[in-house]
Ligand binder design. Structure first.
Ligand SMILES: Cc1ncc(COP(=O)(O)O)c(C=O)c1O
Length: 409
């Protein structure tokens, strides 16, 4: 493989012209369907002579659709954010305060906050080598007798090895929570993520593969008792499942809990958005396969992550061989972004890097694989509207930047 040697002033970050002048295609996840769904909601409530609120017709439709989508029966409750879904999922397990919960080293602060604000202690497990996801060995290595649960993140649209983690957890008699926020509809051995553990949480904020408007979340379980607790922990301790429950009588409520409902309008949007999820997944996979082929055959420095039909791509990590370039990975990736390509040069979601988290973690265990993969990768940002042209521009930008930074280039 050879490529053109590029001079410094040709790079867009140093004043040269960009590979791509046109902005990358916008996503526009919500459109006429969602608008019509909201109009239908207004009509429906007008016919019922009611103002719309929450936990009603549209949430029921949405959660039923969600359960159907996961294909394993069960129960779901829609809540106001992904962080709330994690908070409620952890709360519903009713673990003794101070329990240790093993969790993933690369994730959103919402995952960690859900553990900490429930009075528990996060124990970081490392990721598998060259992966954003934890592996079974990495989780097992962090077991101790205070561990009462494992909270596994399916990062970047790829299922973690949740089947073997669940087997291991049941041998230790501990529970498993799945954070499926970045992997709606992703599969492992033909089963969708979210159905493996005891309870699972999904963010449905607007950037996720399917969404409920600006923000939202879903908590899912197959266990009716856990579902009851999900309902109570997401709404002021109300025992909604009990006969003679009277929501106007707080004497009956069970414990203090926040009000974390999703509203009916958001649920109506969620119904439309969920209908499109499989199509979105398919288009994203097709795009990334096309991009991967181009990068694998035309770049020396960059190696795409693997991509399979089981994934539900959210962002796409590209691994950089920094021994081959004369600069740091982040400088290299920033130069690619300068060419008009949407990328995140450095994903800052490496948990043990955050100064504020340190005092809450079980110990100062360094997640070295996770650090390495973050330091040696950048993330391609994309959406289902991307076409071969965007893949072509992306690989041309990568080649151009390699042409300048390649050590022997
Ligand atoms: C893996 C993961 N967990 C939790 C969250 C938190 O979700 P939210 O922003 O909806 O609170 C996000 C994303 O935002 C996420 O990507």
């Amino acid at each position: 493989m050879n490529f053109e040697s590029i001079k410094k002033n040709e790079l867009a970050i140093f004043g040269g012209s960009k590979i791509r002048e046109l902005p990358m295609p916008p996503r526009m996840a919500y459109g006429d369907n969602e608008l019509n769904a909201i109009k239908e909601l207004f009509k429906s409530y007008e016919a019922r002579k009611l103002d719309f609120g929450y936990q009603d017709e549209f949430e029921n439709k949405y959660t039923n659709k969600f359960i159907e989508y996961l294909c394993e029966g069960g129960y779901a409750d829609a809540v106001c954010t992904g962080t709330a879904s994690l908070f409620v999922a952890v709360a519903a397990l009713e673990l003794p305060k101070g329990s240790h919960i093993i969790t993933s080293p690369i994730t959103d602060p919402g995952t960690l906050s859900a553990i900490i604000l429930n009075g528990h202690v996060p124990v970081l497990a490392d990721s598998m080598p060259d992966s954003y996801n934890v592996g079974i060995d990495e989780v097992e290595a962090r077991m101790n007798n205070k561990v009462k649960a494992i909270l596994v993140v399916h990062a970047a649209g790829k299922a973690a090895p949740i089947d073997s983690i669940c087997d291991m957890a049941s041998q230790h008699n501990i529970q498993v929570i799945e954070d499926c926020s970045q992997a709606h509809g992703a599969e492992l051995n033909g089963k969708k993520v979210g159905v493996f553990g005891d309870i699972s949480a999904f963010s449905t904020m607007y950037r996720k593969s399917h969404g409920t408007g600006g923000c939202g979340g879903v908590v899912y379980t197959k266990n009716i008792n856990l579902y009851h607790l999900i309902r109570a922990y997401s709404d002021r301790g109300k025992p909604v499942w009990e006969d003679n429950f009277d929501e106007k009588n707080p004497n009956q409520f069970l414990f203090p809990a926040l009000n974390l409902h999703l509203d009916e309008i958001s649920s109506a949007i969620g119904i439309c958005s969920l209908e499109k999820l499989d199509k979105i997944r398919k288009k994203r996979i097709e795009y990334l396969k096309c991009l991967s082929d181009k990068i694998s055959t035309q770049s020396i420095v960059c190696k795409p992550s693997s991509i399979s039909n089981e994934d539900s791509p959210f962002f796409f990590p590209i691994h950089v061989d920094d021994k081959l370039i004369s600069c740091r990975k982040t400088e290299f990736a920033t130069a690619i972004r300068g060419e008009g390509i949407d990328i995140n040069p450095h994903y800052r979601y490496l948990v043990y890097d955050w100064p504020w988290i340190k005092k809450y973690l079980s110990d100062d265990f360094k997640t070295v694989n996770a650090e390495k993969v973050i330091n040696n990768s950048f993330n391609i940002l994309f959406n289902e509207n991307y076409t071969e042209q965007e893949a072509e521009d992306t690989v041309n930008a990568i080649k151009k930047i390699e042409g300048y930074f390649y050590k022997n280039g």
